[in-house]
Design a protein around this ligand. Structure first.
Ligand code: NAP
Length: 310
């Protein structure tokens, strides 16, 4: 029985080596060379793989997302009926995202956009000192990534609140949930960070309505998915000065077209979906663990809840 990898060719080779380092007995096929369809029992894929193609493998027991998000696997046509989907929960993914969020929280808090503009114009002028305890950060999504980022930011003295589907206890972080909770959190967020999964409920959550609830001059940080943000609404809020800056790692579509306003907007800082990148050596042990589990008829770890959509 074999494992099918499907992602960019250089990544597939990297993943193959990482999986074999954990279990040298694995039989690994690299798409499109999948061999006899009845031999494939686990598929490890990323965004480009067509879920209809996976219906060709009659013995498929598990699909693994190559990252933390699974929106690309769940959108229509979705995975073959009855096949579970697992995602990655990985310390290195969590650490990287925490660093990216912290970088941007500090960038905005420490007036870096203004100081960079001053440097460009050779202006020597000190701005008003920022007060950490007065800069309230709101985090949408208090899961693996969101709760880590929340603790990191709270740990250096920012007042942090977080929004989740169900009430949540994260030390040092005020918990908000439900529609009322979202609005209450937005009203007290000088910096709003999105680390939600993309589901039908969360698509477009950062829209004109939510942006209007933020304190004037707030900042927006999106490290989740481009679909969470209504781009036209953010650009309007930036241009009207209601939002003072945005740090964006994710876009729709990706890559972001060269003519998009974000590329040159003075209030926007961009990274190319690089906030948190899967490191195969770090993620391979949990994938091998799941291969063993499905072979032994045990329940895989990090399973996606299809009803919740993440
Ligand atoms: P996770 O552990 O599944 O956490 C998701 C969080 O969102 C949970 O707190 C959940 O609430 C909350 N949530 C989901 N739907 C909600 C709703 N309708 N209303 C309120 N809260 C809701 O996910 P994760 O591992 O932290 O990852 C989050 C996302 O980050 C991924 O899905 C992916 O899209 C993105 N990501 C981006 C990058 C990058 O490089 N830019 C890298 C990795 C991941 P409960 O706690 O109540 O369940």
């Amino acid at each position: 029985m074999a494992i099918l990898l499907s992602m960019k060719p250089h990544l597939m080779e990297h993943w193959r080596r990482a999986l074999l380092a954990v279990d040298p007995t694995l039989e690994i096929r690299m798409f499109p060379e999948s061999g006899p369809p009845e031999e494939i029992e686990v598929a490890v894929c990323w965004t480009s793989h067509d879920m209809n193609e996976l219906r060709r493998y009659p013995k498929l027991k598990l699909i693994v997302s190559m990252g933390a998000g699974v929106d690309h696997l769940l959108r229509p046509p979705g995975p073959p009926p009855g096949i579970p989907v697992a995602r990655l929960v990985d310390t290195m993914l969590t650490t990287q995202m925490g660093e990216w969020v912290l970088l941007n929280v500090l960038r905005f808090h420490r007036q870096d956009l203004e100081y960079r503009a001053q440097q460009r114009d050779r202006v020597w002028e000190e701005l008003e000192a920022p007060v950490t305890a007065a800069r309230r950060v709101g985090i949408l999504g208090l899961g693996e990534l969101g709760s880590h980022a929340a603790k990191l930011i709270a740990g250096i003295g920012f007042p942090v609140g977080g929004w989740s589907r169900r009430p949540k206890t994260v030390p040092g972080v005020e918990s908000f949930h439900g529609q009322d909770g979202l609005d209450a959190l937005a009203r007290r967020s000088d910096i709003l960070v999105c680390l939600l999964p993309l589901t039908p409920e969360t698509r477009g959550v950062i829209d004109a309505r939510l942006l209007a609830l933020l304190p004037r001059g707030a900042f927006v940080i999106n490290g989740a998915r481009g679909g969470h943000l209504v781009d036209a609404d953010l650009l309007a809020a930036l241009d009207q000065g209601r939002v003072a800056g945005a740090a964006l790692d994710v876009f729709q579509p990706e890559p972001l077209p060269a003519e998009h306003a974000y590329w040159t907007h003075p209030g926007v800082v961009m990274t190319p979906h690089a906030a948190s990148i899967t490191i195969p050596e770090s993620a391979a042990p949990q994938v091998v663990e799941n291969i063993r589990r499905v072979r032994e008829g045990r329940v895989p770890i990090n399973l996606v809840d299809f009803a919740a959509g993440y």
